[in-house]
Design a protein around this ligand. Structure first.
Ligand code: B12
Length: 346
């Protein structure tokens, strides 16, 4: 166990100590680390973004490496949510300073609510009047809410690039109410290249940058991120993405039969293959092979027992390519990914 120096104020030490408390499922200890840091003069934003968010990213690494179970990750995330609430209670919240109102919502099907919650807390601290709408907000319900509540900006959050088609629907729903959309979270790419592709009005890499950007230009215009991906405006790309989603269950079955013939399909394998199809659909949608290749590299490194193994990735891609030969964009992405990922020697 990492001991807590009474005066620990540097973010790296605090994060290590905080992670220890998460690893021990010690909610009270984790809250104490955060509150003591505030009392020692550490900026609440540092506690939220460098300690809590930093620790959560490490939780994800440990899960992906098979060091932590899903249950350990769930417990840690629950504790972090409690810690964010404790920080909000302890550190006085400035009264809204007239900058305007922001609604923060996760995309439909996006259950990573904590990153959005952290963004909401940070914007509140910068004087915005923030309404946190939570995880997985359906686009149509968001539009209804925006008509009623009338915020100045909608901040949409997503961690999974596979949700980009949903991002496009969300942007269109916000547009129908005349509310500008700021996008953020890893779903939109490290440089925000897919924020532009789904039509967002702005993108920021993290909560600090979002706060600075909104303070500098509350009404926009805002930067929309790097890249030139525009596939979401392309009718052919949209059609192929729709086909992939409509055939998802069948494609998972085809790929599973190719990689483990005759065997019962465990949930973990079905989940991984389902994500493979979803990421393929998103890559087709924004017309960017790097999105799919990033996922293929990542899924092959996961240490999830019974999930898709690295030697099964190539055969799964081959099976999908055969089943999707009449979808030209999809077939091209599968071919390129396969060339970049030859089956490793046993
Ligand atoms: C906790 C967690 C979960 C929890 C989420 C619960 C919750 N209440 O949030 C649960 C269990 C639901 C979950 C589920 C899944 N997860 Co998960 N999860 C995580 C984990 C460990 C932590 C998330 C977190 O809190 N991050 C900390 C924050 C602060 O992250 P952040 O993105 O840096 O946030 C900042 C910016 O992005 C930005 N920002 C965020 N939103 C916005 C919005 C705007 C407008 C702006 C400007 C900025 C902005 O500001 C934030 C603060 O600076 C991450 C690991 C990770 N690296 O994040 C994996 C991770 C995101 N999950 C992952 C996966 C794969 C999944 C699942 C698919 C697993 C599965 N097999 O089912 C499902 C998908 C569920 C779904 N459909 O949404 C992968 C994604 C990999 C990939 N290739 O995309 C990750 C990266 C884990 C890993 N190491 O591989 N997960």
């Amino acid at each position: 166990m990492t001991s807590v120096p009474a005066t620990a104020t540097d973010p790296t030490t605090l994060r290590a100590v905080y992670l220890d408390r998460l690893a021990a499922s010690d909610e009270e200890g984790a809250v104490t680390v955060a509150v003591d840091a505030l009392d020692a003069g550490v900026d609440p934003e540092v506690v939220l973004l460098d300690v809590v968010a930093g620790a959560q990213r490490e939780v994800g690494e440990r899960w992906a490496a098979g060091e932590w179970t899903v249950v350990q990750e769930h417990v840690a995330t629950h504790i972090s949510e409690r810690v964010v609430a404790a920080v909000a209670r302890r550190a006085p919240t400035p009264t809204p300073n007239g900058l305007g109102r922001v609604a923060v919502a996760c995309l439909d099907g996006e259950w990573h609510g904590l990153p959005a919650r952290l963004l909401a807390e940070v914007l509140t601290r910068y004087g915005w009047d923030v309404e946190f709408l939570g995880a997985s907000v359906p686009a149509a319900h968001l539009a209804t809410h925006l008509h009623r509540a009338g915020p100045d900006v909608v901040a949409i959050s997503s961690s999974l690039p596979s949700r980009l088609p949903a991002a496009r629907r969300m942007v269109e729903a916000c547009r129908s109410t005349g509310t500008p959309v700021l996008a953020g979270g890893p779903a939109f790419g490290e440089d925000g290249r897919w924020a532009r592709a789904v039509g967002a009005d702005g993108w920021a890499p993290d909560a600090r940058a979002a706060a600075a950007m909104l303070a500098a230009a509350p009404d926009g215009p805002w930067p929309t991120g790097g890249g030139t991906a525009t596939g979401a405006d392309d009718r052919g790309a949209r059609e192929e993405q729709t086909v992939l989603h409509a055939r998802r269950a069948e494609l998972v079955g085809v790929a599973a039969a190719a990689v483990r013939p005759g065997a019962e399909v465990p949930d973990e394998l079905a989940d991984d293959l389902g994500h493979l199809v979803d990421f393929l659909a998103a890559a087709v949608f924004v017309d960017d092979p790097s999105l799919f290749e990033g996922f293929v590299s990542w899924v092959g490194t996961l240490a999830i027992p019974a999930g898709l193994r690295v030697d099964e990735v190539g055969p799964a891609l081959d099976a999908l390519a055969a089943a999707l030969a009449d979808s030209p964009r999809t077939a091209r992405l599968l071919r390129d990914a396969r060339a970049a990922h030859p089956t490793p020697a046993p």
